[in-house]
Each structure stands twice: as C-alpha cells, then as structure tokens.
Ligand binder design. Sequence first.
Ligand code: GLN
Length: 302
Amino acid sequence: MQSLLDDIYREVLPLMGQGKVADYIPALACVPPDQFGIAICDNNGRTCSVGDAATPFSIQSISKVFNLVLAMNHYGEGLWQRVGCEPSGLPFNSLVQLEYENGIPRNPFINAGALAISDMNQSRFASPHLAIRDFIRRVSGNPDISANHEVADSEYEHRARNAASAYLMKAFNNFENEVEDVLYSYFYNCALEMTCVDLAKASNFLANRGYCEFSDERILSSAQTSQVNALLATSGMYNEAGSFAFQVGLPGKSGVGGGIIAVVPGRFSICVFSPALNTMGNSTQGVAALTSLTRRINWSVY
Ligand code: GLN
C-alpha cells in the first residue's frame, strides 16, 4: 500500500495547483493551492498515507455524508419522503430543479438535499451541529476534531443561495425549522476541519458493511451501507458523477475544501486532499489521484 501511494504521489505531483481554490467562501480563498495528501484505511483500521495527509482542511460537503448517516439512523425509510435518490446532473448549489420538483431535492448530497437532511437532524437533536461533530469524532477516533469558526461565519455571511433553497423548501412545506437555525448547523458542519487520515478512518464503516473499527460499533446495517454507497456513486460528485464513475469507478464524495473520500467496498476507504478545484467544484489533483489508484489496483465497483 505504501509504495502504491508513493507512486501515485509522484504521478500527480506535476498537477499541483492546477485549478482554482474555492473563493465564493472568502475564508477559504486564502488556502495555499499547492498541497496534496492521500490516506488509506483498511478494514482492520490500519492506515497509510503520503504528502499532506496530516494537514487539517475544511471538510465542506463531505460533512453531508455524516449528516445523512445520522438522519438515516433515526428516520429510516421515512427519510426518502423528503429527499430523492436520483442524481441531479447540475451544480451542487443549483436552484432550478427544486422549484420544478415541488421543493423535494434530488438527493442528499446537493446543497438543497443536505439542508433538508439538516432540517431533519435539527428536529431531532438539541444541538445538531454538536451531534454531527461528536459523531464524526467517534467514527474517526479523533476527539479533537472541531470547526473553524471563521469559515463558518464567512459561509453564514454569504449564505444567500443556501438560504434561498431552504426558503423555497419551506414554501413547499418541506422544511420544519427556522431556516437561519438550520443554516447555522449546516455551515458549522461544513467548517469542521479534518486531515486525510481522519477522513479515511471516519468513512471506513462504508467500506466495512457499516461497522466502525474505531468506535467498535455498528453505524449502519449492511443494506443501508449499500444504499449510501450507491448514492455516493451516483450523486457524490455532482455534475461530474458520470465521468467519476467512468474513470474512477468508486463511490465518492467531494467538498469545496479540496477533499474527496472514496470507498472500495469490502476493502478500504480513501481520502485525498488538494485544494485547487476543477469547474465542477471537485479537487483536480484528487480526481487524478483516485483515477491513478483504481487503475493501479485494477478495481472498480462496476
Ligand atoms: N458549504 C458549502 C456550500 O454550501 C459546501 C459546498 C461543497 O463543498 N460542494 O456551498
């Protein structure tokens, strides 16, 4: 594994900095683009890594996975009344489909879908932002994970588009709580900072039929784990989901902080990080590294 990661590192190094750091969240605009890390966690909880794998970064939309898993634990199948499970084929923050489809977001990994799920968690937990943080601390085995308040505040200040989706859902009676409260929890969770090693560990239960080695507990049933992985494969990379399936062939979830998690079911979980993004908002070097990895191990879920 280690030599595999070293080879990938050498291969993708020339791409360093290609793309553009997310600047629509001003607090993220100053993140240095020339960083790259990758970590793998196998199903016995062993990790290996290379590059900037111990550098904390903003997990952003990767938090949507943990948000969904927590809601699935509580709401079970009823959850799918409020959010769909179809790919959107549109950018993560697009509003156009939401009105056509009567305020039911296409899936839990676009912003509108994650806000609907956050609304469900808001109804269930006294402090939903802390419930998700604590869940992530548990499944990663790292009790020190916390949010960057400057990033959370910066997102809140520039919340117009996310607020618009949430209010549109409210107009369609698909939003129970105060929009501003839910936005706060959502941004706080997007602003959590984790390393590649933390995220490879935290997502390992998705490679391990729902069982977490670090907290020694079952997080999801095997059937629910397959559902989450199917959604990741069809919707985790927004309007790049098709070519990601074509090139990489793994369930994956990106965030505009430059991280991508990916799952090799039954074997291991991966996290790559490199902040420069392509036009779809996915890490350029991250996608390249995962493409190289699956080619080298000759593996695709398809
Ligand atoms: N917090 C970001 C937003 O709401 C998350 C987007 C992302 O990572 N794709 O815009």
